[in-house]
Design a binder for this molecule. Structure first.
Ligand SMILES: [Ca+2]
Ligand SMILES: [Ca+2]
Ligand SMILES: [Ca+2]
Length: 257
C-alpha cells in the first residue's frame, strides 16, 4: 500500500509540474515588412513625388517618405489615406507601429491620425498607386493605443479613436503606437492623416500648410500564443483526475495510512 501511495503522489507532482511547464508564453517580437504602399494623394511638388512606398523602403534619409502638400500657392493639405499590405499574415497579439518624421525642415509631424488593420485578400486593396490608389478594404480601427513620442508632446485619443498630437511640437521625432488586438491574420495596415480645427490650416500636419513628411513607418508584432494545453498537459490533467479519484478511495478505505 505504501508503494502505491508513493506512486500516486509522484504522479500528482509530475502532473502539476507538467501543467506549469506548458503554460503559454508570448513569442518574441518580429518586424513585419510592409509593401505596395498606396495613397489617395502623394505630393508631387518640392522635389516629389513623396509616396507611401518611400515610407516603407527602409531609407531613413531625407527627404524620402510620404507627404501631401497640393499646391505651392495655396499650400493646402487635406485629409489623406495611405495603406500598405503586410508581407506576411500577422497573428493576433501586440502591434507596435512606429511613425518616423525626420524631415530637415522642422516640425513636419502629423497632428491627427488614425490606424486600422484589415484581413482582406491582398489582391483587393493596395494597388501601389501614390495618388488615386485603392485604399478601400474592410478596415477595423485600432483602439486603446499606448502612445509614446518626442519629449514635450502630448497625445489625446478622440471619440473616433483618432489621435490628436499636441504640446511642444518637436523638430523631428517618432511616434510609437502600441496596440493589443484579437484580430488574426492581418493582411494590411491603414494610416488616415486627418484634419482637425486646432491645427494650422486644419492640418493634418503641424506646418502652416498642413503638410508632414512620414519618413518611415514600421510594424513590429508579438503574437499571443493559444492557451490550449499541449498533449502532455492534457495527459497530466487526466492523471490528476485519476489521483482525485484515488484520494477519494483513500479517504474511504484508509489504504495509504
Ligand atoms: Ca523612407
Ligand atoms: Ca488642411
Ligand atoms: Ca494589393
Amino acid at each position: 500500500m505504501q508503494k502505491s501511495c508513493f506512486l500516486l503522489n509522484s504522479l500528482f507532482v509530475f502532473s502539476f509540474a507538467s501543467l506549469i511547464s506548458f503554460q503559454p508564453e508570448n513569442a518574441s517580437a518580429a518586424t513585419i515588412n510592409l509593401q505596395n504602399g498606396t495613397a489617395t494623394f502623394s505630393q508631387q511638388l518640392f522635389g516629389g513625388p513623396f509616396t507611401p512606398a518611400q515610407a516603407v523602403d527602409g531609407n531613413f534619409g531625407d527627404p524620402n517618405g510620404w507627404a501631401i502638400a497640393r499646391s505651392p500657392d495655396v499650400q493646402n493639405s487635406f485629409s489623406e489615406t495611405a495603406v500598405w499590405e503586410t508581407e506576411t499574415d500577422v497573428a493576433a497579439g501586440n502591434l507596435a507601429i512606429s511613425m518616423h518624421f525626420l524631415h530637415s525642415n522642422p516640425g513636419h509631424l502629423l497632428g491627427r491620425f488614425r490606424l486600422s488593420v484589415t484581413t482582406d485578400d491582398r489582391s483587393t486593396f493596395a494597388d501601389g498607386l501614390g495618388t488615386n490608389g485603392d485604399v478601400t478594404a474592410n478596415w477595423s480601427v485600432l483602439d486603446n493605443a499606448i502612445v509614446t513620442g518626442p519629449s514635450g508632446m502630448t497625445f489625446t485619443t478622440l471619440g473616433d479613436d483618432s489621435i490628436l498630437a499636441g504640446g511642444t511640437v518637436a523638430a523631428t521625432g517618432t511616434y510609437t503606437l502600441n496596440y493589443s488586438t484579437t484580430i488574426d491574420n492581418i493582411t494590411g495596415l491603414r494610416l488616415e492623416a486627418l484634419e482637425h480645427p486646432t491645427l494650422a490650416n486644419n492640418g493634418p500636419g503641424f506646418p502652416g500648410n498642413g503638410n508632414f513628411l512620414l519618413t518611415e513607418i514600421t510594424l513590429d508584432a508579438t503574437p499571443v500564443q493559444e492557451t490550449v494545453p499541449e498533449p502532455a498537459g492534457i495527459l497530466s490533467l487526466l492523471v490528476a483526475a485519476g489521483f482525485g479519484v484515488a484520494l477519494k478511495n483513500k479517504k474511504r478505505n484508509e489504504v495509504c495510512d
